[in-house]
Design a protein around this ligand. Structure first.
Ligand code: AMP
Length: 568
């Protein structure tokens, strides 16, 4: 979706300056549609999922309305989980970086109350919190709700799912009736409608149209990569299958600059396009790209608009887009005119949610791939050198260097050694030595591995509790534990949903990062069975996972999660 620049949305300069620093080039659709009416003071219902940029969609108008000179709560943001509260508060600080005197604080359960009391007493103007703990503060008198101008419900549907209805009712009822309310929810259901009816003031509904698109001609896959390993992984993929022309999409200008610089330093013919590049420069870059002098173009969505080149054989989502429609536009640049195309996305931690939203939107499955190792890349590079060598030999177009070679032979070097040394020199001259990354040491996480199929094995509906579990004739001797050993420091957890419930490994991953607030990248192997799944988590997070997933749902279903006790 084409959106106008942030500067046209009516936001104050302090916020535009912060947006510029963050490198957001243009508003995402939900931001474009929500910010102007929210600034006008209208109540809103934003139907939008995580990853759409919804946090900035409500944070920007909230900050625009806030008076930093007044030392009492003016904006309240309600979130379902402490992790989300912390994330939202971080975004508030990022977007409010230029608002001198801004004081925002997260308030959530499970943390000592004293620090929160101090933060609230010291004049927090924006409070982000979970309903239970906020209500606690309201009742204690430590949270002054009487001068709240704007209330925001983030993930209203999830808060209701988690059973916060009564707390939300009480909190919202305590706010001034002339306040503005923004409801954000991924889905609309009777519970959310009731909330809107009861606490909203003729809200405007903002929905992002989701037209289903097909991108069937493009081979889509993703790699799980940390931010700091992205360039290395990118290089490895490029070296495994050097494209004729490729485009790398980034979400921000800064990311484009950094990625281009890294690629050029590694010896790739790369150049960049983004909003700050002059028209003249843009034309020059595009000409060189069309001619093949630049093989890799690094660009933002805006800058790549209007680019009409058929020979692009790979597109990278170096940063996953916030708008699934952008994903479709991006990958539609390859696989054109009957050619095959490849789209590769880099995903990490919670971004798996955005990938799921993209899969739903495009109605396609994006395959997970294993990062090629340094050795594989080295082997492939050598193969490519030999392919070129063979071609050169067959064409006969080379100088003989007879004298020099004869001299080496006379010195006792064998022809094989001479050729080997030459190829090594050619490879080294490319200057692209792979470097180890953390991902190399990790087993491929979230892989779907299954126990050998035994058709005679009855499928378990649910797992009995330990006390009533008898011997299990339905498991091979030694059982699952022996089939797939747990990595050191990991504990295997049992989850009472599996493939027949339509659950996918990445959904389990997404749910766990979100609900249990696990640090990115810490999950181990995930194994799906028809009626249950096994998940390896680091020992130190076992309690946290079991505790925090008690009220969570997967595919709309409640489930049970506890330590897998293996076969008895
Ligand atoms: P959210 O849906 O709020 O969880 O946002 C998803 C991600 O998109 C966050 O990492 C934001 O920092 C980022 N983001 C939000 N708005 C923009 C934008 N206009 N341009 C680029 N990135 C954005």
């Amino acid at each position: 979706m084409d959106t106008p620049p942030f500067s046209e949305l009516g936001l104050p300069d302090t916020l535009l300056a912060a947006i510029e620093i963050l490198g957001y080039e243009r508003p995402s659709p939900i931001q474009f549609k929500s910010i102007p009416p929210a600034l006008e003071g209208k109540d809103l219902v934003g139907l939008s999922a995580t990853g759409s940029g919804k946090t900035a969609a409500f944070t920007l108008p909230a900050l625009a309305k806030l008076d930093v000179k007044l030392a009492y709560p003016q904006v309240l943001i309600l979130c379902p989980t402490r992790e989300l509260a912390v994330q939202v508060c971080e975004e508030v600080h990022r977007l409010g970086a230029k608002m001198i005197g801004l004081h925002a604080t997260p308030v959530y359960g499970g943390a000592p109350i004293d620090r929160q009391l101090r933060a609230l007493r010291s004049g927090a103007q924006l409070v982000v919190g979970t309903p239970g703990r906020l209500l606690d503060h309201l009742r204690r008198g430590s949270f002054d709700a009487s001068r709240i101008k704007m209330a925001i419900l983030d993930e209203a549907d999830r808060m209701l799912d988690m059973g916060f209805k009564d707390e939300m009712d009480e909190l919202l009822a305590a706010l001034p009736s002339d306040r503005q309310t923004l409801f954000f929810s991924a889905t609309m259901n009777p519970g959310v409608s009731r909330l809107i009816q009861k606490f909203g003031n003729s809200p405007q509904i903002v929905e992002i149209e989701q037209k289903a698109r097909t991108v069937s001609t493009v081979d889509q896959s993703y790699f799980e990569v940390r931010q700091r390993s992205k360039v290395e992984v990118l290089s490895r993929i490029l070296d495994m299958n050097p494209p004729r022309l490729g485009i790398i999409f980034c979400n921000t200008k800064r990311s484009v600059d950094e990625c281009t610089e890294d690629l050029v330093n590694r010896g790739y013919a790369a150049d960049r396009l983004h909003g700050d590049i002059t028209q003249q420069m843009r034309e020059r870059v595009l000409k060189r790209f069309r001619e093949g002098a630049v093989e890799i173009l690094v660009a933002t969505d805006v800058a790549a608009r209007g680019l009409d080149i058929d020979e692009i054989d790979i597109v990278f989502n170096y940063d996953l887009p916030t708008d699934p429609e952008d994903y479709v536009h991006r990958i539609g640049r390859t696989g054109r005119a009957g050619r095959s195309g490849r789209a590769v996305s880099f995903v990490y931690g919670r971004e798996i949610y955005r990938m799921q939203a993209i899969e739903r939107y495009t109605r396609s499955v994006v395959r997970r791939e294993k990062i090629p190792s340094v050795e594989q890349v080295e082997g492939r590079r050598a193969d490519l050198v030999f392919d070129d060598l063979k071609e050169r030999l067959e064409s006969g177009k080379f100088d003989a260097y007879q004298e020099n070679i004869d001299r080496l032979l006379e010195q006792g070097h064998t022809p094989t050694d001479i050729a080997g040394a030459l190829v090594t020199m050619i490879r080294e001259a490319s200057g692209r030595e792979g470097s180890p990354i953390e991902e190399d040491r990790e087993p491929m996480r979230h892989e779907r591995r299954e126990a050998p199929r035994r058709d005679d094995r009855p499928q378990r509906d649910d797992r009995p509790q330990r006390e009533d579990r008898g011997p299990r004739p339905d498991r091979p001797p030694g059982g699952q534990r022996e089939l797939i050993p747990t990595d050191q420091g990991m504990t295997r957890l049992f989850l009472s949903l599996g493939k027949t419930h339509g659950v996918m490994a990445k959904e389990i991953v997404g749910m766990l990062y979100r609900e249990a607030g696990l640090p990115d990248g810490c999950l181990g192997r995930i194994t799906l069975f028809p009626k249950h799944s096994l998940v390896d988590v680091p020992e130190q997070f076992v309690g946290q996972v079991i505790d925090r997933t008690k009220t969570a749902r997967l595919r709309g279903r409640p489930f049970r999660m506890d330590v897998d006790r293996g076969p008895q």
